[in-house]
Design a protein around this ligand. Structure first.
Ligand code: NAP
Length: 272
């Protein structure tokens, strides 16, 4: 997955193949888990409203969850669902022993307080890794459930044996969802990390000094050949529809890591 122009000596990190391998590994571990405990891990997806892209994402997550041998606990709420109603659903799922992990599909309709909703998800079931508790555990480099997109990037880099220790990693983007946890995961792997954002002066110079460059700015084609040092590894996290079709995207890795997180949550719950 490279944002640079393809040439004969450009190697592509194959996110789709890596994601398929992770899903196979998870499915094998789920089988062993079910044989040992007599129940399978369960993923609850909560979708509020009718956003078509969100509906597609949730459908993929549910399908791949079932394919991995896990149980599917979907809750669909109308776009005008009130704060209390959504919080009640999240708490019910939090108390349900058949539910190992809970994913609240974002964005939620604007009238809802997303932070208050996330706070209803117990830390042990926070398979999207987005609650304040999970963010704190990551910031302190303590064990916990990590956000799926950045942990998918790490898995991809590990699969291709990209060295991180002592290397210069540059992350473009500092969102709570992608950029910030990405930079913390790279730091935990002993990379020297630079985080760029919309106020960064001379983005190109920073990017060009990267051994590993992760683009997560949500701006298509922001990173071009002039931003990339020869030999650098580039991961484009953005999903963009352009005139040439879809570009970027580590989408399959994100879902694979969600499944792995759900298994990890179930294992922790089963082991008490
Ligand atoms: P976001 O919340 O919009 O954050 C974008 C970040 O990029 C912000 O930190 C912003 O800086 C920075 N930025 C914006 N314009 C910039 C510029 N011109 N130069 C440098 N930095 C700039 O987006 P996000 O949720 O982090 O998502 C980032 C991308 O990842 C999007 O394309 C999204 O579609 C994609 N994504 C993919 C997956 C997946 O599964 N593959 C999952 C989630 C997101 P400020 O903080 O200064 O505003």
């Amino acid at each position: 997955m490279s944002a640079g122009p393809r040439s004969l000596n450009t190697a592509i990190l194959d996110g789709a193949a890596t994601a398929a391998r992770v899903r196979e590994d998870v499915a094998a571990d789920v089988k062993r888990f079910a044989a040992r405990h007599g129940w399978a891990p369960g993923l609850a997806t909560v979708l509020v409203g009718e956003d078509p892209a969100s509906a597609i994402y949730v459908a993929s997550k549910r399908r791949l969850c079932v394919e991995a041998g896990m149980s599917d606990h979907h809750r669909k709420l109308p776009a005008d669902a009130g704060q209390e109603e959504v919080e009640r659903v999240l708490r019910e799922l939090g108390a349900d022993p058949a539910v190992s992990g809970i994913l609240l599909q974002l964005p939620v309709p604007e009238h809802l307080d997303v932070q208050a909703l996330l706070a209803c998800i117990p830390e042990g079931k926070d398979v999207d890794g987005l609650t304040t508790a999970s963010a704190g555990l990551l910031a302190q480099n303590r064990q916990g459930l990590r956000p799926c997109t950045p942990s998918g990037v790490i898995e991809l880099l590990d699969t291709y044996r990209v060295p991180l220790e002592g290397r210069h990693a540059v992350v473009v983007g500092r969102s709570e969802l992608v950029g910030k946890p990405m930079s913390q995961l790279l730091l935990a792997r002993h990379a020297t990390v630079t985080v760029c954002h919309s106020r960064t002066a001379d983005l190109q110079t920073h990017c060009r000094s990267a051994d590993v460059l992760v683009a997560a700015a949500g701006v298509p084609r922001l990173i071009g050949a002039a931003h990339v040092k020869p030999g650098a590894v580039v991961i484009d996290v953005g999903i963009h529809r352009t005139d040439d079709g879809l570009c970027g995207g580590v989408g399959p890795m994100t879902i694979a890591m969600l499944l792995r997180n759900t298994l990890q949550a179930a294992t922790r719950q089963a082991d008490g």
